[in-house]
Design a protein. Structure first.
Length: 209
């Protein structure tokens, strides 16, 4: 597999992971509590929703009257930082792309390596936030002191977060590997050839009288 193909594949994984991370951040499906088969409460990073089957869906933003759970509050900060790092990495990758002449060719590889590190860092941040919330949900499920209707469940945003972190980490590793292991031969400065004149030499004719 050539370097360009591997680099394009890794960048496609990173773009897909970025989109999934944004969707996971926006959906209010981090904590799910079911009070009955139809009624349930959804807790997200930004919204609190109450759904009653297919009849109604009411969502409100968190305010001073609605205390955000500690794990969601920290995850909100981590996910926002993660998305910011992803945007910065995408910008650096586009600057370092050979098809976009913004910098000299010598700095393209360095800029792309920095972008690869940013994607790995963003994937780790998202992995930490999703893992922490998942751990708290599992502790709530296994806690015998909690009443059954109040036990939380894992929402779809957590699964999307796991998928996004996996795509970002895999894309960052593949991008870094493509830049390190698949480097083409460097151009060696060739000596400048001597200029050869192709003009015919002038001939001096002497007439003997």
């Amino acid at each position: 597999m050539g370097r360009r193909v591997l680099e394009e594949a890794s960048f496609s994984l990173i773009k897909l992971g970025s989109l999934v991370a944004i969707i996971s951040c926006g959906l209010p499906l981090w904590h799910v509590m079911r009070f009955s088969e139809e009624t349930s409460i959804w807790e997200g990073l930004w919204l609190l929703c109450e759904i009653n089957g297919l009849k109604s869906l009411k969502c409100i933003q968190y305010s001073s009257h609605l205390v955000v759970p500690q794990d969601l509050k920290v995850s909100r900060v981590l996910v926002v930082i993660c998305i910011f790092i992803i945007c910065l990495g995408l910008l650096l990758y586009m600057i370092g792309d050979e098809r976009i002449i913004c910098v000299s060719n010598m700095n393209n590889e360095k800029i792309k390596m920095v972008a690869s590190g940013l994607f790995l860092g963003a994937g780790l941040l998202l992995l930490v936030s999703v893992s922490w919330v998942t751990n708290n949900v599992i502790l709530g499920i296994t806690n015998p002191q909690m009443v059954l209707p109040l036990k939380p469940e894992m929402g779809a945003s957590l699964y999307l977060g796991w998928l996004s972190s996996l795509l970002l980490l895999l894309g960052g590793v593949l991008l870094g590997g493509a830049l390190l292991c698949c480097e083409g031969p460097r151009k060696i400065d060739q000596p400048t050839p001597l200029e050869v004149s192709c003009e015919e030499p002038s001939v001096l004719y002497i007439w003997n009288q």
